[in-house]
Design a protein around this ligand. Structure first.
Ligand code: WTA
Length: 655
């Protein structure tokens, strides 16, 4: 064993084969999968070129494939030109497809609006003309700070249509977070709404915008377009602000799709690392779109008949790739929901799935665990038989939650597609193909065709022995990869390439591969614990804790320990019915449970029972905050991406 690898002790060995019925109709069957893998291995560049020719509509066809002359700044298909919005809309305007639903929207209050491909195309063209009228052209940055309504999708596609670079800022972010992003992108136009509905409450988006724009010398925003969503009063600043309705009035419904360079940035999206300020991840037009489309076809088996629902907000990469670009490029019907998942009751999701006949559901472990905690009776009330595939993204999906998702939502019928990827990767990287790959609960399975994922040790040497954890890296460039960090090429190099001399893209996650080649993500590298010389990922210990019937959610961090180096401190949320249980007994039971499932090495030293865990707004546990709390330190880190700042006090040990 390599001294710098990460130990794994929790070996989950359940296997669920691919349902034969599913395999028989899948976009990718075993023969296709093998052929794709073989093609990629023989001639990787030729593989991507063929796919880009077949799956994208080009205005000027490309000749060049990969340009590695300035590696690790890679370019793909650079001499070709295309229009991303035309690839999502115009290509579907033939025959009956024109009148099929592109978007089905449901507001939090229950109103439903459907836009066919023809209607969405029309709205996008009108808004694209409105943007031009406001002086926006190719390469200009446009910020989008909106609720989850069709106009958010329209705004993104309208930018793409005219070659403007969008930067979506999640509507749940504060004025301060918005201000930072506006400054960094140098956006000249901002699209927002008066407000948003969330959990029955009004979120005053326009008020946040006004605060963010207060100091004029710090940003470049000249115009603000304001959609009317809630109808609440807003201040309209003369000469700067314009109502959406006024901006589109009189604009023609025709906006020819001009071709833009394949490498023209399509968008900038900020991602918060564990340290430092958020990075503006830049994605390309052609390579990004190709990967968003292919992965939608491959991992989700997406078909034109699907009613597909990805529950992510368009403020995250998941919303970019799998609410907008991937599924629309495939010509699917996308379901869009505005509001909070449990509003007004914990069965809102299940009720909507039944009513709209959703066939493919893509959501996050944090949501799955919350539904589990709410109780089985909520999904049981609804007919979920329309579902044929279930996806997950964002964190490791612990086996306990995995099995619940499969049984209670998928009735044991639906393949579970646990997709590992990142803002930076543009699309799925490691995922089971639903018609090919048997499922193992807790594993994201195998790299997709064309993706060369490896595990390496601290020195960058590949680890081949099964179940030895290390750095998850990608060796070969792929079209969907990030093109850089906006305005900061140095940070791109140092964050993703430098450690192993530009040889690999470094994801920042730890993972292991089992004897069948399946990948198991163990957590972020920065969160790895070192207990008596054993390096342990967070995911397995948390998974062992959540496997106890009383536990709804858990997070572990290391605290300095004189003898062991680090001791394990666990924060545990109990299920409702166990909140009153004897804490000493529970603590002992949980320690015994971890000892049994993993071994004494992973036994938590401290266990704190808490009501909440600090999470980012996309639902990831912020372990660095827990680490500070467990160590009794002041919280000095940036907490601007935290979901609920008021929860922190409650977490302090002894409370
Ligand atoms: C984590 C979200 C385990 C991982 C698309 C990654 C996962 C980070 C999974 C990226 C998964 C995402 N299993 N871990 N299926 N999916 N992660 O940029 O740590 O918001 O590096 O992109 O989430 O988060 P991001």
């Amino acid at each position: 064993m390599s001294a710098s690898s990460i130990d794994s002790h929790l070996l989950e060995n359940r296997v669920f084969p691919v349902p034969a019925e599913f395999a028989a109709q899948a976009n990718i069957d075993e023969a296709r999968f093998n052929a794709l893998k073989a093609e990629a291995e023989q001639d990787r560049e030729g593989f991507w070129k063929r796919l880009a020719r077949e799956h994208l509509h080009w205005i000027t066809p490309f000749q060049q494939g990969l340009d590695a002359s300035a590696a690790p700044f890679y370019r793909w298909f650079a001499d070709g030109r295309l229009n991303v919005s035309a690839n999502c809309l115009d290509v579907h305007l033939h025959g009956a497809q024109r009148h099929k639903a592109a978007l089905i929207f449901e507001g939090e209050k229950g109103e439903v609006r459907t836009l066919t491909y023809a209607q969405l195309h029309r709205e996008v063209c009108i808004f694209a003309n409105a943007l031009k009228r406001q002086g926006i052209g190719p390469g200009d940055r446009v910020a989008i700070y909106m609720p989850m309504v069709p106009e958010a999708v329209i705004a993104m596609l309208a930018c793409a249509r005219i070659g403007a670079i969008h930067s979506v800022v999640f509507g749940g972010f504060s004025a301060e977070a918005l201000k930072d992003r506006l400054e960094d992108t140098g956006a000249t136009l901002l699209i927002t709404a008066d407000g948003a509905w969330r959990g029955g409450k009004l979120v005053p988006l326009k008020r946040h915008v006004d605060q963010a724009l207060l100091r004029e010398h710090e940003h470049k925003v000249r115009h603000v377009v304001v959609l009317t969503r809630t109808g609440q009063d807003v201040d309209i600043v003369e000469g700067r602000d314009i109502r959406w309705e006024d901006a589109v009035a009189g604009q023609p419904a025709d906006c020819p799709a001009e071709g833009f360079e394949a490498e023209q940035p399509l968008f900038i999206l900020y991602t918060s690392g564990s340290t430092g300020k958020p990075k503006g991840i830049v994605h390309s037009s052609a390579g990004y779109l190709l990967w968003a489309k292919l992965t939608s076809l491959w991992s989700f088996d997406l078909k034109a008949e699907d009613v597909y629902w990805c529950t992510a907000d368009v403020g995250w990469i998941t919303g970019h790739s799998y609410v907008v670009y991937g599924p629309l490029a495939c010509g699917a019907t996308v379901f869009l929901y505005e509001g909070a998942p449990m509003y007004p009751r914990p069965d809102r999701f299940w009720e909507m799935i039944a009513r709209h006949g959703v066939t493919v559901l893509y959501t996050a472990p944090t949501a799955i665990r919350a539904f589990m905690k709410a109780g089985d009776e909520w999904p049981a009330r609804h007919d979920l038989s329309s579902l044929r595939l279930l996806g997950s993204v964002g964190e490791p999906l612990n086996p306990e939650a995995w099995v619940w998702y499969r049984e209670k939502i998928g009735a044991g019928r639906c393949p579970i597609v646990d997709t590992w990827w990142q803002t930076e990767t543009g699309g799925h990287m490691i995922a089971p193909l639903p018609g090919v790959t048997a499922n193992k609960p807790g594993s994201c399975a195998l790299p997709l065709p064309g993706i060369s994922a490896h595990i390496v040790d601290e020195q960058g040497v590949e680890i081949h022995s099964p179940d030895q954890g290390g750095y998850l890296v990608i060796q070969e460039p792929w079209p969907g990869m990030l093109r850089g960090v906006w305005g900061n090429p140095e940070r791109y190099r140092s964050a993703y390439w430098q450690k192993f001399d530009d040889r690999y893209y470094i994801a920042g996650d730890s993972a292991r591969r089992d004897a069948d080649g399946y990948f198991w993500v163990m957590g972020r590298i920065d969160d790895v614990l070192n207990v008596s010389g054993h390096r342990l990922g967070t995911a397995e210990i948390e998974s062992a804790l959540v496997a106890h019937p009383a536990v709804a959610e858990a997070a572990v961090v290391g605290i300095p320990h004189e003898i062991k180096g680090e001791a394990i401190c666990a924060f545990v949320i109990l299920k409702h019915e166990h909140v009153g249980d004897d804490r000493d007994e529970l603590g002992a039971a949980l320690r015994a449970q971890v000892t049994e499932l993993i071994g004494p090495i992973a036994r938590p030293d401290d266990i704190h029972f808490v009501d909440t865990l600090p999470k980012t707004r996309s639902g990831k546990i912020m372990r660095r905050i827990l680490r500070a709390i467990a160590r009794g330190e002041e919280i000095t880190q940036d907490i601007s991406t935290l979901e609920d700042e008021s929860g922190i006090d409650q977490l302090r040990p002894g409370k």
